[in-house]
Design a protein around this ligand. Sequence first.
Ligand code: ZN
Length: 156
Amino acid sequence: MRDDRNYKKSNKITEVGFSISEKSFDLAQKIIKSIGVDERQELSVDLLDELCDLAKIDIVQVEILAKNQKHRKKDGKVVMRQYGYYQPDKQIITITNQTAVRGAHLAGKTFLNTLLHEWVHHYDTFALKLISIHSKGFYLRLNHIEKQLRYGRDNI
Ligand SMILES: [Zn+2]
């Protein structure tokens, strides 16, 4: 029953409960244009600190690794790849900055999407008090914050 309530609540909330700041918009724009791991590390810390402030939750640590994404292959094709993960007990987000096979830097928009995906898990855990799952509502919340940061809060 508890799982069912968690799922229903997760699905029902379709937006994050705040509007972004100008500072977070600027940081997101810089992240989209960034490439290297050091630059992304610094910008990610600043962006997530700002988002946690806006959401009035504890800050989350973030580490960006200069490593290829973990992946699994089947018949020579990549069937699973891990962009990043969030550890709620330690409040840490980890993201690998390089593609699974070729080891190229993640495209800026892909990197931002990955960072925000993991951050919404943190938001779910501490702002919404949920066991954060990939419900339809989760993806709508992600979309809400991502669109604001990419296009500006007045343009969505
Ligand atoms: Zn996830």
